[in-house]
Each structure stands twice: as C-alpha cells, then as structure tokens.
Design a protein around this ligand. Sequence first.
Ligand code: ADP
Ligand code: MG
Length: 259
Amino acid sequence: MTATLNAAAALEIRNVHKSFGTREVLNGVDLTVNPGDVVAIIGPSGSGKSTLLRTINHLEKPDLGYVAVHGELIGVEVRGTHLHELSQRAVRHQRTRIGFVAQSFNLFPNLTARDNVAEPLIAHKRLDKPAAYERAVELLAKVGLGDRGDAYPRQLSGGQQQRVAIARALALEPTLLLFDEPTSALDPELVGEVLSVIRQLAATGTTLIIVTHEIGFAREVADTVVFIDEGLVVEQGPPAQVLTAPQHSRTREFLSKVL
Ligand code: ADP
Ligand code: MG
C-alpha cells in the first residue's frame, strides 16, 4: 500500500466503494475533514449516507479505497484482497476514538441513564465503577440531564433518550463524532433540544459529521455541507455555497424537495 496519508486530517476518505450483492452503494467517495470541522451530509434516502458513516465506524468494510482517521488507516481493501488489515485489537482501539449516535437511540433498556453512559467507561476499563458513575452524571449534566441519571430509557422522552445516547457517545472522549439523522425519529417538538446539544458540541471544537435532513440546522452549524447522491459526493462546500447557490442540478433538485 503506497497511499500517502494526510496525518493532519481528522478523516480522510479516498475512493471508497461498497456494494451489497450487485448493488453498488458507494461509488468512489472522496472526502477530507479537518480537525474541529463540522460537516453536514445531506442527500436523498438510499444514497449511501448511512453506509458511509458505518464504513467510517468499521461497521462495514470498503470493497475498494480507504478510510483513515487522524492519519491512521482503518480500512483498506482492493477488490476483496486486504492489503492492510488492522488487527481486531487495533480496530477496537480506533473505534473508541469515534463516537456514533444513530437515529434510534439504542440505549440498554434495562440500564438507567447513568449506567448506559458509564457502560463504555467500565467495558473499556477507563475508570472503576464508582468513578465511571460519577463521570456519567457529569456527562449527563452536559446534555441537560444531570438530574435524570436514575431514570430508565422508557421513563424518558425520545429527545431525552437521544441526549443520553449523545452523553454515552462522549464517554470515551472521541476525537470524531458521527451522527446519523439524530433527530429524524423524534417528534417535532423534541428536535430542538437535541439540536441544541449538538450545537454546543460544535462550538467545543470536536470534529462532527452529521447526516441530517435539517437543512436550516446544517446551514447554521456546518463549516462544510456535503451533498451525496447515488453513492458519490456530488458537491461540497460552505453552506452559503451548497445550500444557497448549488452548482449541480441534482443538488438543486434535492433542495427544492426538502426546503
Ligand atoms: P441512506 O442512509 O442514504 O438512506 P443507506 O446507506 O442506508 O442510504 O443505503 C443505501 C443503499 O444500500 C440502500 O439501497 C440500502 O437498501 C442498501 N443497503 C444498506 N445496507 C445494506 C445491507 N447491509 N445489505 C444490503 N443492502 C444494504
Ligand atoms: Mg440513512
């Protein structure tokens, strides 16, 4: 493997292809994200956005191309031949540096909010249990739920559950946070509280990649908006460019449907 990695980039995606059966879902995605950037990914349903996030988070392997996080290669494969495959251990380690928040909150239903947030700290032996519980409550306070540590997921609203999921994603202090449509499963009145937490994170300098249909939010918080269609980055740039003066007809067509 002779690719020259850009160690300064928080994330570098080069020529990533991914098929499921005969269906090519990613058709050669290129994307570079600088540390501290907030990137909003928009695009039609089925265009490969979730697959791209799952590839970054090691849940899918590229068929071709590579993904690197902070200059560390996390997936390289050329048409089925693994040129540089990390050990399971290295993959596990790298995944601790990537936080992932899905559309459905995926909390453990039998654990309290506090225990859900403490779980990664305990599983990865970062802290002993009492310290992990203390840290979990601090993290819950960051998302406005410092007093709900004892609540079980079913006792919380969808917006609160999603905020617990964000606190949990922050537990291992990831350098890269991925959000896959974090508000699309929420009732409209609960969207604002979750966006407000993400807005705060954006201001702290964490690198964020957010797949979202909230175009207004993307315009407000993103440094870069990336429009993906049919497994390809069609267009990317500052919100004022991509959302206000898109260059491509496919971007214009998509925006005319969602705005
Ligand atoms: P988006 O998030 O943009 O809506 P996805 O990445 O979820 O798009 O999906 C892109 C396409 O890939 C869809 O047609 C979807 O059905 C297909 N797909 C995604 N994951 C799988 C899988 N594990 N097996 C087969 N097809 C999949
Ligand atoms: Mg999706």
